[in-house]
Write a protein that binds this ligand. Structure first.
Ligand code: 5GP
Length: 194
């Protein structure tokens, strides 16, 4: 998605060989126009998949998941990283190892928000080692719902997330694919390498 790649080049900051900071439009401040385009693009790519529900993780997945749900006219639910006082005990939970925080945490979704009849599209901001997506897949499987696919805003192709998820047979659509963050610069994955 060209607009997204342009934003990454103009406003992204390479923090290390492994981490890209995009706080100015995705992870802290949010660019609503860009999120709208992201939602339109995900909707185009998954429109044939019969999506009834979108599942993401708080907090950075919520903005792109919301614009996608508006386009697909599907429901939206996000997994919580901390159980709120209002969440009762009937939860689906999974353990997720966080790439950026380098620690494991539990994510949860109330059982009332995922039904066996749902066809769920997973949306997340980044794909690195695939742990967040695997946690969401675990939760969807517990509910008996089916998985329509995985939509990722920014994928880092030099990390193994896609390979792990593709081995499990899931359809993955990433809007920007980064091949390298070496030498402080963003290099996108090009068609030639595919
Ligand atoms: P994974 O679970 O695939 O290893 O990592 C995905 C999660 O880690 C995303 O939900 C995102 O929050 C975070 N993440 C992974 N890599 C990056 C990165 O380079 N930059 C930022 N801002 N977040 C990242």
């Amino acid at each position: 998605m060209k607009t997204l790649k342009d934003e990454i080049l103009q406003r992204g900051a390479v923090l290390s060989d492994g981490v890209l900071k995009v706080d100015s439009f995705l992870n802290h401040a949010i660019d609503p126009n860009l999120m709208t385009k992201i939602g339109e693009t995900f909707a185009e790519r998954f429109q044939e998949e019969g999506v009834t529900k979108i599942l993401t993780i708080e907090s950075s997945g919520i903005a792109p998941a919301l614009t996608t749900s508006l386009q697909l006219q599907s429901e939206l639910v996000f997994a919580r990283k901390r159980k709120s006082l209002t969440m009762r005990d009937d939860l689906y939970s999974a353990e997720v190892y966080s790439f950026t925080k380098q620690q494991a945490s539990e994510i949860s979704v109330s059982k009332e928000f995922l039904q066996p009849t749902d066809r769920v599209l997973i949306i997340d901001d980044f794909l690195a080692n695939g742990q967040a997506a695997l946690g969401l897949i675990d939760i969807i499987k517990q509910s008996g719902a089916s998985i329509a696919g995985i939509g990722i805003v920014i994928e880092k192709t030099f990390q193994p997330g896609r390979e792990i998820l593709e081995q499990e047979g899931y359809k993955i659509e990433s809007l920007a694919r980064i091949a390298s963050l070496s030498d402080g610069k963003v290099t996108f994955y090009t068609e030639k390498e595919q």
